[in-house]
Write a protein that binds this ligand. Structure first.
Ligand code: AMP
Length: 396
């Protein structure tokens, strides 16, 4: 396995540079982009290629078109938005492979930009089909992966394509993601504190296992906390629970305590008789959850308890909300924890779709050191896995 190269190690002058970007932007029902964060994040890489005298061929997926063309998932709005942001024309090929794409790619001059239509209009993309990857590779001279958000998928434009290009590297967004992740997990400033929340333990078991090998403290909130609380004999009413994971939760708690890791669970919570924005709520101590109620957020005492650990942290990794933050009556805990994080002097790294949304909802995105652009990819790194999109670049 070779070394992972970055874009600034390649000679891009007069080259046609195929850049796999992640422009899977949130869209409204009228086909307008509601958040262009992902396009903005790709600009350092794109501008670099243009400054160095290269031409750009951009490829992405958008939504889930199920392997066939579907106007609803066209990348035309993204091409238009990009054109506004880089203040130059963005040419468009209405098919990512085939004659039109080949002719437009062939005619590209240094400084020009061509965007290809949605890769997932072909099922070959998700099947990591080699012949499809070859057709994409043939459009360009070299390949850059800057789509961190899909790098946990071995898809044709992420994986197989690297077998058919003579030079390949990671873009600046990938570099930023990898660098921050390594800063937090390989040689962190300590104490290293992980905050884990969200709905279910089952989706985060490997994350917890891997984090326990590295962190000094772990703070568990959200729905998943109730499986741990039940494992300790707490009566949790109708709160979310995964009964089959109670033995695992017990083992995790025992392991953490044996290793001297400071593992904290909620000591109070906001309860309601239903998960509904209009529900009547009250905050109770964790041992007083009424039988017919469910816990939907952490309470003030938990925020204060978690806050003490957060205050002393030097590095914080956070994934998963502390409650059902999408509904106002249950958003307090998540927003209060964001506040504690931004007031700490720690390097803060946040990832996972919902966590990112919560930070934006709080308007604190500029005060977090780094927000990952990849939900699933970030989680897989937290699980200790190697991403196919990084492995394929190392092999290239
Ligand atoms: P995840 O994708 O596992 O990070 O889960 C995120 C979801 O967890 C969010 O949509 C939250 O509404 C939900 N969630 C957080 N806390 C709770 C809770 N106490 N009970 C039920 N769902 C929760």
């Amino acid at each position: 396995m070779g070394r992972l190269k970055y874009i600034d190690e390649l000679d891009l002058k007069d080259k046609k540079v195929f850049v796999r970007v992640d422009y899977n932007c949130p869209m409204d029902s009228a086909g307008n982009i509601t958040n262009d964060f992902r396009i903005q994040e790709s600009l350092p890489t794109l501008n670099y290629v243009l400054e160095k005298g290269g031409a750009l061929i951009l490829a992405s997926h958008l939504g889930k078109p199920k392997g066939k063309p579907d106007k609803k998932y066209s990348l035309l709005p993204e091409a238009k938005r990009l054109s506004e942001l880089i203040r130059r024309e963005v040419l468009f090929a209405s098919d990512c492979i085939g004659q039109e794409a080949q002719e437009k790619a062939k005619a590209l001059k240094p400084g020009q930009v061509l965007m290809l239509e949605n890769l997932r209009f072909y099922q070959e993309e998700e099947k990591n089909d080699d012949a499809f990857a070859l057709k994409l590779a043939n459009l360009a001279d070299c390949y850059i992966n800057d789509a961190f958000g899909v790098s946990h998928r071995a898809h044709a434009s992420v994986d197989a394509i690297t077998r058919h290009v003579s030079a390949c590297a990671a873009g600046f967004l990938m570099k930023k993601e990898i660098t921050y992740f390594e800063k937090a997990m390989k040689a962190p400033a300590r104490p290293l504190v992980a905050i884990v929340g969200g709905a279910k333990v089952s989706g985060k078991l490997q994350v917890l296992e891997n984090l326990l090998k590295k962190v000094d403290s772990i703070l568990i909130g959200g729905g998943m906390a109730f499986t741990f609380l039940k494992a300790q004999g707490v009566e949790i009413g109708k709160s979310l629970v995964e009964d089959d994971l109670i033995p695992t939760a017990k083992r995790t708690l025992d392991f953490a305590r044996e290793k001297g890791i400071n593992i904290l669970l909620p000591i109070d919570c906001v309860v309601a008789d239903k998960m509904d924005a209009s529900a009547q709520t009250r905050t109770v101590d964790i041992n007083n959850i009424p039988k017919e109620y469910l816990g939907l957020d952490i309470g003030e005492k938990t925020v204060a308890l978690f806050g003490e650990t957060i205050k002393n942290a030097k590095t914080i990794i956070w994934n998963g909300p502390m409650g059902v933050f999408e509904m106002k009556p249950f958003s307090y805990g998540t927003l209060a924890i964001i506040d504690k994080i931004v007031k700490s002097h720690a390097i803060s790294i946040v990832g996972g779709g919902d966590t990112d949304t919560a930070v934006h909802q709080a308007g604190k995105e500029k005060e977090i050191t780094f927000i990952s652009t990849g939900g699933g990819a970030f989680l897989e790194l937290l699980e200790g896995k190697e991403l196919p999109g990084i492995k394929s670049l190392e092999r290239c």
